[in-house]
Write a protein of this length. Structure first.
Length: 185
């Protein structure tokens, strides 16, 4: 009996002009099935796109969190650079004669110890001085403040560091302010 129903449905679908239609399915039903299959495929694509977008957002957030952790101290580091500059200036201003004075030796030793401790803290937090002296000017790391005629140095070479620049990890905290050689006139 099932074979008779199958054969009858097959013949009616052929009569209806639907080739390859499932047994007992009318042309209207076949059209609805095709529409539903298209809708299902579109929904699958939308889900795939949504998953991909979610994954991209998650990756971006993970990168932002990693950057926030790595560079959280950037603002503080910029502020503390002036302390390092002042300590360096203080040491540079003490003449050799004053360094040998017995009354000032403890003061000089204290300033030097503070400078070493600050350098140690900078190293622990991946804060490094930007190399400048004797190098070609790199606008990504150096800021030329003045040009000085110089017969021995190539034009564009840094001949004096006015203020050290610093990086934190791979980011520039402050460019080095430098004097650059130019051809003598």
């Amino acid at each position: 009996m099932n074979e008779d129903i199958f054969q009858a449905a097959s013949e009616s679908s052929k009569d209806a002009g639907v080739e390859g239609a499932a047994p007992g399915v009318t042309a209207e039903q076949d059209s609805r099935i095709a529409t539903l299959e298209n809708d299902l495929e579109a929904a699958k694509q939308e889900v795939l796109y949504a998953r991909a977008e979610t994954q991209n957002v998650r990756r971006r957030l993970e990168k932002d969190i990693a950057d926030a952790r790595a560079y959280a101290s950037t603002s503080f580091a910029r502020d503390i650079l002036s302390v390092a500059d002042n300590l360096s200036r203080a040491l540079d201003s003490i003449s050799q004669e004053l360094r040998e004075d017995e009354k000032l030796k403890p003061l000089v030793a204290g300033i030097e110890a503070t400078t070493r401790e600050l350098d140690k803290v900078f190293n622990q937090n991946s804060i490094q001085k930007v190399a400048a002296q004797g190098l070609p000017l790199d606008p990504n790391q150096h800021q030329a403040m003045i040009e000085i005629p110089h017969a021995e140095a190539e034009p564009g070479t840094i001949i004096q560091v006015l203020q050290h620049g610093y990086t934190i990890k791979d980011r520039l905290l402050r460019p080095a302010m430098v004097a650059v050689a130019k051809k003598p006139e």
